[in-house]
Design a protein around this ligand. Structure first.
Ligand SMILES: NC(=O)c1ccc[n+]([C@@H]2O[C@H](COP(=O)([O-])OP(=O)(O)OC[C@H]3O[C@@H](n4cnc5c(N)ncnc54)[C@H](O)[C@@H]3O)[C@@H](O)[C@H]2O)c1
Length: 316
């Protein structure tokens, strides 16, 4: 099978490429530039050499159509997006990249009869704990996005429903939480990775949101959920909550301090402000995905990987 992975040179995309190549699949990456900064943290040289790269913008529908046709694409994994900070800074362009870009992918998938498109939504479509009376957020709970990013992804979810209802387009959207792991360089929740990186590389870091808990979602679980969603039978549900494990930011901080008491990290007060407690039973029932990584296991793996990359001179 040949997979088109949009935004493939980002954090999640690099792990998806690795998992697809290990499964013997062909990978075509569609991304803005041939920037291997993140892929080189995740993939080996042989894996990088197996990737077909197409440079392009997700807002450029003719280029996407041509890429699908030229490379005989069977399935699409759509990850290209801006995240919270970039969207807040430029709302008009956020709408184009996050929403129009996703509708372009749905349209291209419809035109070519692509058998499965998996795309990344976000729990940022949901609101604060107050919006849900501090109860767990269900798969079909109402949306109260706090940021432009979540509002755009919420619109995408509506489009996914429309393309399924009107054209039978088989898509699966996955709402990720606070993804961490080597390669997570962008986005409002990248602070968990940054604190692990600071400990690994002996850097100073002030960890924000110290009074909050977050859903610690390790990137290899995220990648596995995407690959499972790409090959499972058609689901009844179009978009799924996906979770890791809700733990205090301070718990992660304390765990790292226990590993390295001399670590130069400090905990800053504050709340991130959105709900982090999501019901992920639908993806378990319909796709069979259940997360594997506890916070401790994910931190250990991330710490080790940062240290290995430093030793090899890939990062400093
Ligand atoms: N990381 C998280 O915690 C998280 C949580 C929920 C949802 N998501 C979603 O998962 C997906 C992947 O996230 P990530 O953490 O890997 O992000 P990332 O920022 O590391 O990667 C995004 C990739 O998209 C590319 N891209 C950006 N704008 C583009 C454009 N206009 N045209 C083509 N490519 C473009 C970038 O070059 C980059 O390679 C995104 O859709 C994101 O919204 C991520």
């Amino acid at each position: 099978m040949t997979y088109l992975v949009t935004g493939g040179f980002g954090c999640i995309g690099s792990y998806v490429i690795r998992d697809l190549l290990e499964a013997g699949e062909q990978v075509v990456v569609y991304d803005l530039t041939y920037d291997l900064t993140i892929p080189e943290m995740v993939l080996n040289e042989d894996q990088i050499n197996q990737i077909t790269f197409v440079g392009g913008d997700i807002v450029d529908l003719p280029n996407i159509l041509q890429t699908i046709k030229k490379n005989d694409i069977d399935r699409i994994i759509h990850l290209a997006s801006w995240q919270v900070p970039a969207c807040q800074a430029n709302p008009p362009l956020a709408l184009k990249i996050v929403s129009e870009g996703t509708v372009n992918i749905f349209e291209a998938a419809r035109v070519f009869g692509i058998e499965r498109t998996v795309w990344a939504s976000t729990v940022g479509v949901f609101g604060s704990p107050d919006d849900y009376n501090h109860q767990q957020v269900k798969n079909d709970s109402p949306h109260f996005p706090k940021f432009i990013y979540g509002a755009c992804k919420s619109l995408n979810e509506r489009y996914a429903e429309h393309y399924f209802d009107e054209y039978g387009l088989d898509t699966i959207g996955l709402r990720f939480t606070a993804v961490y792991g080597v390669g997570r360089t962008r986005g409002a929740t990248s602070f968990t990775t940054k604190m692990i990186e600071a400990v690994a590389l002996g850097k100073t870091y002030g960890v924000p949101f110290g009074d909050d808990a977050v859903d610690w979602q390790y990137v290899e679980d995220v990648s596995r959920s995407i690959v499972m969603a790409a090959i499972c039978p058609t689901t009844k549900t179009r978009i799924f909550n996906v979770r890791g494990g809700v733990r205090g930011v301070k718990e992660g901080f304390d765990y790292l301090k226990a590993i390295d008491p001399d670590a130069n990290i400090s905990l800053e007060p504050g709340l991130f402000g959105i709900s982090w407690d999501y019901d992920a039973s639908a993806i378990a029932e319909e796709i069979g995905f259940v997360q594997d990584y506890t916070m401790e296991k994910g931190i250990d793996k991330t710490l080790d990987r940062f240290r290995q990359l430093q030793k090899k001179g890939v990062i400093s």
